[in-house]
Design a binder for this molecule. Sequence first.
Ligand SMILES: O=C(O)CCC(=O)C(=O)O
Ligand SMILES: [Fe+2]
Length: 313
Amino acid sequence: MEDVIPIIDLDKLGLQTAKFEDIDQTVVHRVSKELDSAFSTVGFVYLKNHGVDQQLVDNLFQRSKSFFHLPESVKETYRCGVDNCDGYTGRDGEILDTSARHEIRESYDVASPNGLYPDEHAPEFRQAINDLAPPMCELTFRLLSCMALALGLDKNFFGDRHSYMFKAAEKNRTIFRTLYYPSLADTDTLAGVVRCGLHSDYGTITLLFQDDMGGLEILSQGKWFPAKPIPGTIMINLGDMMQFWTSDRYVATVHRVVVPEEEIRRRTPRQSIAFFVHPDNDVMIAPLDGSGKHQPVDALSYVKSRLIASSYK
Ligand SMILES: O=C(O)CCC(=O)C(=O)O
Ligand SMILES: [Fe+2]
């Protein structure tokens, strides 16, 4: 199958260059253009040479697995809701595609270093998140600067509107989510059962790590394409709020995670880690070009409306 998702080499824009100010402007310019082109067409990109330490990523995959292997009754004590944005969501706890009968997925969300962590039952989970969060935030700020430049804005335009990213849930709904798709029984292969129903993400951008199982697909120009895992890369996709902000110049592409056809892959659990970047709660999202293409909405009201629509329990 043809590869529709471009790979962008961050080169010196990766975290191996300590300070954003020291980065070669030709690299910033190239990456801005490449992000602009990807976000205005397919809505997804792979980043290579991003500089996020793979050991920190592997560690979070491992610590997450320890949590998800706990008994359901223990995991349920950390249950998440629309208002308390930290915690666990079990199978069918969130239905992203209302035509799906079941979405067989588990997740654990945290919105800040001080949120609800399963310290008693998975003591190393908190540290694993909090080791990976700072590089994720720094990389995000660099990407937001490139996106602002590509749109002819001040380079700090988006960064200034994400100032509480992963700092305080009452001020910003950026979510670090670790996902676990359990082994599926034969009865789970019936029509209408998916690992993750089709949806677009709600925020500005999403940074995603996936294991090597595959199953993520994106809908582009009316066709589904696999977004296969490429080791060492981070997948970035655009969310609805950025689509509104840019008056649909950038597209929040619909995606899903399907149940694998091969039995061996169906029986194998899948894991991924998503960093859902959201603007500060009180930021009004209104088309930057002044067009009336979308109704202005504040970031918090928007995310809450989407959580309610996904019958988040
Ligand atoms: O698990 C994945 O690969 C993607 C999950 C996803 O799209 C989401 O949680 O928004
Ligand atoms: Fe998604």
